[in-house]
Design a protein around this ligand. Structure first.
Ligand code: MLT
Length: 254
């Protein structure tokens, strides 16, 4: 099934295009602050909901990063965007790597926010399988219980994050967990990237820690590494600092 991803589209139509790819189990609203800042700086900013999350439907089949990447490339085609920069948060970063492998000629820049280049470890895959079982038994609340405490230091200050998690469908979560567990490593991909790369990480990120960010920055020619205060969801928790780093990165896109 050809999926049309629901998305927001802000900023001047002829501005350099940036696609913001959200993480799991979230939706495009996590980028609200950065989308505003980038659009105000003259960029055309598209922020989709990925399949099975937010308002996006879920096609049948097993989850693969390739399927998510096909959705993103179709979104760019339908929006009339030939070349674009990608900013990917966590799972959105895994997806950005896959798009970069499939269509390197279309990429103008890459921002990797709280993500990692290594594939899942065997332990990590076991954890995904256990979460799939829990979500099937308990619904989306299991995602909130398992993930929210690792996302932000004070979940009570960010009710919108909890709400976004609860918009994830059970099968959408299963699909994403399968795709993340099966994804390939991407540090090798990074050695071939020749566009401006920004790496951002929260100083206390327990999911994709600063060592993982350093490994990505070291693998990439000329990457800029920015460490900001916070846990995993820095675009929400350190919204201004992440927006400032992204606006600076975006100013160098060609
Ligand atoms: C995310 O924030 O997208 C996920 O936590 C990433 C992951 O589980 O590897």
């Amino acid at each position: 099934m050809d999926l049309d991803l629901p998305h927001t589209d802000h900023g001047p139509r002829d501005g350099p295009a940036i696609l913001l790819l959200h993480g799991f189990p979230l939706d495009h609203t996590m980028w609200a602050h950065q989308a505003r800042a980038l659009a105000a700086a003259g960029h055309r900013v598209l922020a989709p909901d990925l399949r099975g999350m937010g308002k996006a439907p879920l096609p049948r089949g097993t989850g693969t990063m390739g399927a998510y990447a096909g959705d993103v490339l179709r979104l760019a085609d339908r929006a009339g965007i030939r070349r674009f920069a990608l900013a990917g948060f966590s799972m959105g970063g895994y997806l950005a790597f896959e798009v970069a492998r499939r269509a390197p000629e279309r990429l103008t820049g890459l921002a990797l926010v709280d993500t990692r280049g290594e594939p899942d470890s065997p332990e990590g895959r076991k954890g995904r399988a256990a979460l799939i079982e829990r979500v099937r038994a308990e619904g989306a609340q299991a995602l909130v219980d398992a993930m929210l405490p690792k996302m932000v230091q004070s979940p009570g200050d960010h009710p919108e994050v909890r709400e976004a998690m609860l918009r994830t469908s059970v099968e959408g979560a299963v699909h994403a967990l399968e795709a993340m567990a099966a994804r390939e490593g991407s540090l090798e991909t990074l050695t071939k990237i020749a566009v401006p790369v920004l790496v951002v990480v929260g100083s206390e990120d327990p999911i994709t820690p600063p060592e993982a960010a350093r490994a990505m920055a070291q693998a990439t020619r000329g990457a800029r590494l920015v460490v900001v205060p916070g846990m995993h969801l820095t675009p929400v928790e350190s919204a201004d600092a992440v927006a400032a780093a992204m606006v600076e990165w975006a100013a160098g896109l060609r």
